[in-house]
Design a binder for this molecule. Structure first.
Ligand SMILES: [Fe+2]
Ligand SMILES: [Fe+2]
Length: 352
């Protein structure tokens, strides 16, 4: 290694090595000292508005190897997604052994998720992939935080608020660490007593993060109220409409989508189109209309061009998303265009 130099972020190249730890404006670590930079990390620094960084003058690592640079964007994304999940597991583990958890660790994971905010296609693909059932809560928390981030962006919230939403998404079900495992992992339907205990997770979560130093009040409220519903049918308080904070409304939409899309042990995996349909038909009145519409209209467009398998076995391509029925797009089968809102008996069974 040689001497430290300060360079412009635009002059920064993959495989350079950082000479100092780099912090975000609010003091969270973005990149540690002695980190070998890659394209994703450099991009992340740009997103955080970092202009200049300290690197070692001749300190590029493994310049002759094809290693990191030969990996695709998808591989880098998946690796980072898995690493976020692993780090999140540590938070849950610490909680389950009675340790108090600091907000810094959550902010670090949120930083890593936030750095992926422009990789929307990868986020959406990742969420609709099959995940391990026994690790459901971890992946679910990461997914909800990524979905909440997308909604925050689509609603044009300020970047700092969207970052808080990412943290709220991570922490929203943290109270499940206080619910007995037999209830969490029960494959069948919960009985009344078990369901009552399960419903306490939002309050448990609120208590767990209540004294986290430096945590934003809006995160705490979002955790407590993420199961409140517009008509007052939710829990724990039965709040209605405007009484429910915006962050909680956003988490409710993200949470519902991920739970419906997930491959749980007690139901088969739904296609996103079926989930759009269910959310559009069944969730109006329960979920905030603006948040839900913003979410459905934006996310559904990512499936244009996707290949799907129909209930009769034929393969088709998604051509147009109908804003009145997000779950019933116009598809192309061979040379024929079929509008699923009109044609009866044809449905999408599987997404490729
Ligand atoms: Fe929840
Ligand atoms: Fe959840």
């Amino acid at each position: 290694m040689s001497r430290k130099i300060k360079i412009d972020i635009d002059a920064c190249k993959p495989r350079m090595v950082t000479a100092e730890t780099i912090y975000s404006d609010y003091g969270a670590i973005i990149v540690w000292e002695n980190t070998v930079l890659d394209a994703l990390t450099i991009n992340r620094l740009k997103i955080f508005g970092v202009d200049k960084i300290w690197v070692y003058e001749y300190g590029t690592m493994g310049a002759e190897s094809e290693g990191p640079q030969s990996r695709s964007e998808e591989e880098i994304f998946t690796e980072s997604y898995e690493s976020d999940t692993e780090q999140f597991k540590e938070i849950i583990h610490d909680l389950s052994v009675g340790k108090t958890v600091s907000i810094e660790k959550t902010v670090q994971i949120a930083d890593s998720i936030y750095a992926k905010k422009d990789q929307r296609r990868q986020i959406i693909e990742c969420i609709t992939q099959i995940r391990k059932v026994d690790e459901y809560t971890y992946y679910h928390s990461i997914n909800v935080s990524m979905l909440a981030m997308l909604i925050g962006k689509w609603l044009r919230l300020r970047p700092e608020d969207t970052h808080l939403l990412v943290q709220a998404g991570l922490l929203h079900d943290i109270g499940k660490s206080r619910v007995p495992d037999e209830i969490i992992n029960k494959p069948g339907k919960l009985n009344d007593e078990e369901a009552t205990e399960m419903k306490k997770h939002s309050e448990y979560g609120y208590y767990l993060i209540q004294y986290m130093e430096g945590i934003d009040r809006r995160i705490q409220e979002a955790v407590l109220y993420h199961h409140e519903r517009e008509d007052g049918s939710g829990y724990p308080m039965g709040l209605k409409g405007d009484q429910i904070p915006l962050f909680a409304k956003i988490l409710a939409v993200a949470d519902t989508f991920d739970a419906m899309t997930a491959d749980r042990s007690y139901k088969t995996k739904d296609t996103p189109f079926h989930v759009f349909q269910l959310m559009q038909n069944d969730c109006f009145g329960y979920l905030d209309t603006i948040v839900l519409n913003t979410f459905l209209s934006n996310i559904s467009h990512y499936y244009i061009g996707n290949k799907v398998r129909l209930n009769d076995g034929r393969i088709a391509e998604v051509i147009y998303i109908n804003p009145h029925q997000y779950g019933k797009p116009v598809i192309k089968i061979g040379d024929e265009y079929v509008d699923l809102t009109i044609t009866k008996g044809v449905s999408i069974e599987e997404l490729f």
